[in-house]
Structures are given as C-alpha cells and as structure tokens.
Design a protein around this ligand. Structure first.
Ligand SMILES: [Zn+2]
Length: 207
C-alpha cells in the first residue's frame, strides 16, 4: 500500500501520526511525505534553516520512499490556496496513494485548515483519507479510527520528535514532552484495547 503523509509544517504529522507511520513502515508499506513549510519566519534570525535540518534528520529515521519539503510561508498558506491544490494534484498524479494521512477539518490552525481542505479536493475520489489529532488545535475531534501501536512505535515517535530541538528548547512546546506523547497514546490505546494507539477521523475510506 502507498501511504502519503501530509504535514503543513515540518513537525505536524510526526506529532499526529508518528507512531502509525512507524507501524505502516514496519509492516512494509511505502511511505511518502510532504511538508509544506519549514517555518523559517517563526524562528529567530540566528536559527534560520534549523527546522529544515531537523526535518531532514527526522526523515533519515522515518526512511520514506520519498519526501518533499515545500517553501510555503508559515501562517500565510491561505494566500496561496490554489498553489497548495496544484501541488497536491501533481503529487497525487505522481504517487497515486492508496491512503492519505493529513490534518483534520476540525483543526483551527490557519495553515492546517488550508491543507485539510485542499487535501480533500485533490484526493476525495481516488484515495482513502484519514486525519490526525493535534488536541491543542481542536475544539472537537471525532475519534472514528484507531491504529493500535507497540511500545517500539511510540519510542520511534518520541525519538523523531526529540530531533526538533528548535521547538523544545526555543519554543518550549508542551506537546513535545515524552509524557504527553506516551500519555495520549495510552488514552487512545485504552479506547481500543491496546497498550498504545493513535486516533484518526475518517474522511473517506475505500478499499
Ligand atoms: Zn503546524
């Protein structure tokens, strides 16, 4: 199965679906990654390019078949909505993914919702689409699907996220803490009789 993972900013899909991507890779599926922005504008001038380097390190760990890092400006995706759609259509035609994992339609981050909407426009008739959970961005999130995960999947997720020093040291993001990552995975695991899991909303499912 070909799996396309969409990340508005470099760390989003690792936070929302890093354990599931680890499982899918472990099971032999082909993984493709697209990140739309390395968010240089949100970093101090002395740290320009830091998120790009961190993302490249994470990609070495994830080891996808292919990954793309695009150059959209953080918080301004809406000004280039049609470009986002055009990029997704080009990637769709090239990869023909069976399943797309992307941001939620219930995600209130201004860039995430642009990617969520254009993802559905681009893939709604050709791929299954599920969306990941980033609890700090939701008012509501429907947990319709669970991927059961092992301890090693969660360890790999924690390892991936530990690469984002810019977010941990510079920004002190609470959702990069190990106890948050394993805690949420435990909660989602309890809901599906597994030690760990990640939850998803289902937009389209066709097999
Ligand atoms: Zn983001």
């Amino acid at each position: 199965m070909k799996v396309l993972v969409l990340s508005p900013h470099t760390d989003d899909s690792e936070l929302g679906a890093g354990g599931t991507v680890s499982r899918l890779k472990r099971e032999g599926h082909e993984i493709f990654y697209v990140a739309f922005s390395s968010c240089d504008e949100s970093l101090p001038s002395s740290k320009q390019g830091m998120l790009k380097k961190e993302f490249e390190q994470v990609m070495e760990l994830v080891d996808p078949t292919e990954y793309y890092l695009l150059d959209y400006t953080v918080r301004r995706f809406n000004e280039r909505r049609q470009d986002v759609l055009d990029d997704l259509i080009m990637i769709r035609n090239e990869i023909q993914p069976d399943i797309v994992i992307g941001p939620s339609l219930d995600d209130f981050h201004q860039d995430h919702i642009v990617v969520a909407n254009e993802m559905i426009r681009a893939f709604k008739t050709v791929s299954s689409i599920i969306t990941y959970e980033l609890p700090w961005n939701h008012v509501n999130f429907e947990t319709e699907m669970f991927y059961k995960l092992t301890e090693s999947d969660i360890s790999r997720k924690i390892e991936q996220l530990s690469m984002y020093e810019s977010q941990i040291e510079e920004k002190n993001r609470l959702y990069f803490r190990d106890e948050y990552i394993s805690g949420l995975a435990s909660v989602r695991g309890v809901q599906c009789n597994s030690h760990y899991a990640e939850a998803f909303s289902v937009v389209r499912w066709s097999q």
